[in-house]
Design a protein around this ligand. Sequence first.
Ligand code: MN
Length: 199
Amino acid sequence: MALHQLPELPYAYGALEPYYDEQTVRLHHDVHHKAYVDGLNNAEAKLAEAREKGDFALIKHWERELAFHGSGHILHTLFWQNMSPDGGGPPVGKVAKEIDRCFGSFESFKKQFSAAAVAVEGSGWAVLCYNPGFQKLEILTAEKHQNLTQWGVVPLLTVDVWEHAYYLKYQNRRAAYVENWWNLVNWEDVNARLDTIGV
Ligand code: MN
């Protein structure tokens, strides 16, 4: 697997002045975003090492690191590409129509998006998303982006490990439930999901 790379900014460091200052862009991209890329590569390397050794003693730690740095890399890449020195103003084209359809008007969308962004507690994000399942745009926020795993992924296969999913039969023996669940996996369904995203 190739290592993740810090993407170049699609404009000069000072190109977003006066709205976004050069010094902040430099630090934010070269230091903060780079730390996510390095952290993601490290988490993937440690997980590969764990698979080789068959030693998953630190799995919780590395899964958290994978989600934290993976989402950080994905969201920062989106953030840089979402801005342009020639940006601003009202939306045009498809997104303008979808915003009108889903939020009533650009003005009401903008108010909701700004309110959501300002209200995020601590560090986080406001994100305009398209939910293919619901076939609509949504404004979502992330207070801790690692809690939402890697933004942008397409779920393919899931096991429900909430206690309600197994407690009647397995009580506290979650590992036995998970082991038996493997006998039920519908790989044709997983393949069909891969087909829909063109993998
Ligand atoms: Mn940031």
